[in-house]
Design a protein around this ligand. Structure first.
Ligand code: 6PG
Length: 258
């Protein structure tokens, strides 16, 4: 599947979330039709909450038992914490739909050791996608890179500094090329975040960036039209064999030269 990038602009935030819910369900139906399951990674932050609520109300009777939910990143806090992405998704979606608990793959971010939480989550991904781990046998001939998962869909948000998931500018995880999930130290938060790496993002069959509101307009223009050196993290999301769809409302798209 050749890589494509497209931008969809909706008149208002409610229109944006309706269109995003329809695209989510369209991608789910395609994956379930093709392979019997839909593996999707959800984004955190505040923007997607309205989408998750809409999925819960308008698609309550969807075949959620064929949907497998992961998290593209997580804050290093327990699932009960107000900052927890899992808590946001649980309150806006999971508690309102019939999805088997074993279909929801949560980052164990309550683990005080962020690196251990990241390794544990990577192990969850490797088990679910039945991936071979990297072989570090030490004798050059035996070294084999690990395999990477191919999500059917990854939802992403856009941070004010151009970050996405928890891949922040000038942070160590930007250059990770073999791990699937890492604990990324984010100096401005004086904390770790547990996040997917670019190799995982860029192997997805489909990526949806969701951005809403005037406060995103500058960064949307910078990411979609700007030449940044180094590129902003969101500019490094380039699926090698997949679809990249930016879904925006008019306010977020206001500064694009169209
Ligand atoms: C997180 C997200 C992060 C988010 C952006 C946008 O855990 O915070 O994964 O990448 O998508 O920061 O956040 P808002 O939607 O709140 O603007």
């Amino acid at each position: 599947m050749p890589s494509t990038r497209s931008i969809e602009v909706l008149a208002s935030a409610p229109d944006l979330f309706h269109a995003a819910a329809e695209e989510f369900v369209r991608a789910a139906r395609t994956a379930i039709g093709a392979q019997g399951r839909f593996a999707v990674a959800l984004s955190g932050g505040s923007t997607p909450k309205a989408l998750y609520s809409l999925l819960a109300t308008n698609y309550a009777d969807f075949v959620w038992n064929r949907v497998f939910l992961f998290f593209g990143d997580e804050r290093h806090v327990p699932p009960t914490d107000a900052d927890s992405n899992y808590r946001m998704v649980n309150e806006s979606l999971l508690t309102k739909i019939q999805i088997p608990a074993e279909n929801v793959f949560r980052v164990q971010a309550e683990n005080p050791d962020a690196a251990a939480a990241a390794s544990e989550y990577e192990a969850q991904l490797r088990r679910f996608f039945e991936l071979r781990s990297a072989d570090r046998s030490g004798d050059r001939s035996g070294d084999r890179p690990g395999e990477f998962p191919r999500f059917d869909l990854i939802l992403l948000g856009l941070g004010p500094d151009g970050h996405t998931t928890s891949l922040f500018p000038d942070s160590p995880a930007l250059e990770e090329q073999s791990r699937l999930v890492v604990a990324n130290w984010v100096a401005k938060f004086n904390a770790h975040r547990i996040t997917f790496t670019f190799p995982v993002l860029n192997r997805a069959a489909e990526i949806i960036f969701l951005a809403s509101g005037a406060d995103k307009a500058d960064m949307v223009r910078q990411v979609l039209e700007g030449k940044n050196t180094p590129p902003l993290p969101s500019q490094r999301v380039q699926p090698s064999d997949g679809k990249l769809l930016w879904m925006l409302d008019e306010a977020a798209a206001a500064k694009l030269t169209r």
